[in-house]
Design a protein around this ligand. Structure first.
Ligand SMILES: Cc1cc2nc3c(=O)[nH]c(=O)nc-3n(C[C@H](O)[C@H](O)[C@H](O)COP(=O)(O)OP(=O)(O)OC[C@H]3O[C@@H](n4cnc5c(N)ncnc54)[C@H](O)[C@@H]3O)c2cc1C
Length: 509
């Protein structure tokens, strides 16, 4: 069922069993998981069914620290959320990502990979990916010519990825609009969360839109699923009862903002031609070169991978951190896509059918948890009267040293195997150099602002994604990640959301 909140009489009260804020990958996955329970699901979406610059403007904010993309250009504000323009590359987190590593400050989730595995299987379905199979040997039987580089398996392994650019807004609109139990409200921006007197339970949400309407939403259980930055913003701005915002008694909300660093770090020159189908971006399952748990432990580094890009192509690319700067988000994104196409055309002209032997290696690495990398509220307000956000993105020496070491480890193994020779980019040569290059790109992956830890002093949510101290308020999405893993976040955030969904079913049904 679909209701446009602009058409409701002003000051309406909306009531249901469970209320989900945000119809993106996380929110839609949970809503659909509840559709057969017979319970009334309220799904609140701030936007409509398509892109509107007025809505997108609500995401604007300021950034300090390491250069970041303009914030309103990193998330989409309408039904389907950011799956409306994501790239669709998926891989699960590794076992090590969930463990406490003494060289990674604040690492260690209260849950293990095993706890998530059943939900990864469900998440694969929600994202319309293939089977939950990420072993190279499985895919070698399915697809021809997936030849792995002959590198020492004690140091380097092949981390598999699947790909599907699932646009939730298109895929699931009909099912949700036709559902009797899911009540989707569009143009329903949550601007405030109101708790009971002793702030142990949410009483209601306040919803606003550009039509000047304000509504109240009541439910037994509430889930914030509006993206890592917006979820933290909502908790921080709900400060009429507690000055520091809800769930923020220990000043953790908004801290530990993490991204995946995606930077061109080295070149690999193969000594002989080698079939590289396994490493190609061609829409099929593919691999990235990853560092084994043992080697991470021995070298005290973060988890990261290297992916191959033909040098003939990558040398023509403009750093996307540069191309995407500017106010006009749509125009910038078109320029970015044009740059990719033009680089491809130039590479084709230069190659004239020869087999690639020179590759750029791009790192994809977790960012070490860092309390100084954070979002706070800015003094400026948006059109609905909500304080905008301010991001301070802060990287550490551990991030940089790990990037250098990952490249060195792969380089040594490529040399030993007589596969090829590697050349580090200048910014990685000097161990005392802590600068970051102009193409310090990020993956558009927002993580960690409402991190999971069973100790309220160290986390915003507990192992069940419940906000500490507020028994009917939960957070869904990558904001709950304690550490960010090497893999892109969406598969894991959908799995975690479905785990939360199951937990709440036990509570309510
Ligand atoms: C260019 C790009 C490429 C990407 N590629 C990949 C990739 O290859 N692999 C990968 O894993 N990830 C990728 N991502 C990240 C991926 O898009 C996100 O991880 C994912 O969309 C997050 O899902 P979500 O549901 O948490 O948030 P969102 O998808 O952002 O959805 C949040 C929803 O909440 C709504 N909302 C926001 N505020 C409010 C409010 N106050 N009230 C009501 N509703 C609200 C929004 O309108 C939106 O519909 C990419 C992102 C970008 C930008």
């Amino acid at each position: 069922m679909h209701i446009d909140a602009r058409d409701l009489p002003n000051h309406s009260t909306i009531e249901g069993d469970i209320c989900i804020v945000g119809a993106g990958a996380a929110g839609i996955s949970i809503a659909l998981d509840w559709s057969k329970t017979g319970k009334k699901v309220i799904l609140l979406e701030g936007g409509g069914f398509k892109y509107e610059s007025q809505l997108q403007d609500l995401y604007k904010g300021e950034s300090t620290g390491q250069q970041y993309y303009p914030l309103h250009g990193t998330r989409l504000h309408y039904f389907g959320g950011t799956t409306g323009h994501w790239s669709g590359f998926c891989s699960p987190f590794d076992d090590i990502d969930f463990t406490k590593r003494d060289w990674v400050p604040d690492s260690g989730w209260p849950i293990s990979k095993e706890d998530l595995d059943p939900f990864y299987i469900k998440a694969q379905k929600a994202l319309q990916l293939g089977p939950f199979e990420y072993d190279l040997s499985y895919w070698q039987k399915e697809i021809e010519n997936l030849n792995a580089f002959p590198l020492d398996k004690k140091v380097v392994w092949n981390k598999m990825w699947q790909f599907n650019r699932a646009r939730f807004g298109n895929l699931y609109k009909e099912e949700i609009v036709n559902s009797n139990t899911i009540h989707l409200y569009t143009y329903a921006n949550v601007v405030n969360i109101l708790a009971n007197e002793n702030v142990s339970q949410v009483k209601s949400l306040e919803v606003k839109n550009h039509a000047g309407k304000t509504h109240t939403v009541k439910a037994k259980q509430f889930i914030l699923a509006s993206g890592a930055i917006q979820n933290a913003r909502m908790l921080l701005t709900s400060n009429s009862q507690v000055k520091q915002g809800l769930g923020n008694d220990n000043d953790v909300v908004g801290r530990y903002f993490m991204e995946h660093l995606e930077i061109s770090t080295s070149e690999l020159w193969l000594l002989k031609p080698f079939p590289t189908d396994l490493y190609k971006y061609n829409g099929k399952p593919r691999a990235e070169l990853a560092i084994t748990t043992e080697a991470q432990l021995e070298n005290k580094i973060l988890n990261g991978t290297l992916s191959l890009n033909p040098l003939s192509y990558s040398k023509h690319l403009t750093p996307r951190m540069e191309i995407l700067q500017g106010d006009d988000y749509k125009e910038r994104f078109e320029n970015y896509k044009k740059d990719l196409v033009e680089a491809g055309e130039k590479a084709k002209l230069e190659n004239s059918g020869s087999i690639e032997r020179a590759f750029e290696l791009d790192v994809r690495i977790e960012q070490a948890p860092n309390p100084n990398s954070r979002i706070t509220l800015s003094a400026e307000k948006d059109a609905l009267g909500v304080p905008r956000i301010s991001l301070h993105w802060d990287l550490t020496d551990l991030d940089k040293n790990s990037i250098r070491k990952i490249n060195q480890l792969v380089g040594i193994e490529a040399g030993k195997a007589n596969l090829g020779r590697m050349k580090l980019k200048d910014f990685l040569r000097d161990e005392n150099d802590n600068s970051w290059p102009a193409d310090t790109n990020a993956g558009w992956h927002h993580m960690g602002t409402t991190r999971m830890n069973n100790d309220p002093k160290k986390g915003v949510v507990n192992e069940n994604c419940q906000v500490h101290g507020i028994n009917n308020l939960h957070v869904a999405g990558s904001g709950c990640f304690t550490t960010s893993g090497a893999a892109n976040p969406t598969l894991t955030l959908v799995a975690l959301s479905l785990r939360l969904s199951d937990y709440l079913k036990e509570k309510i049904i």
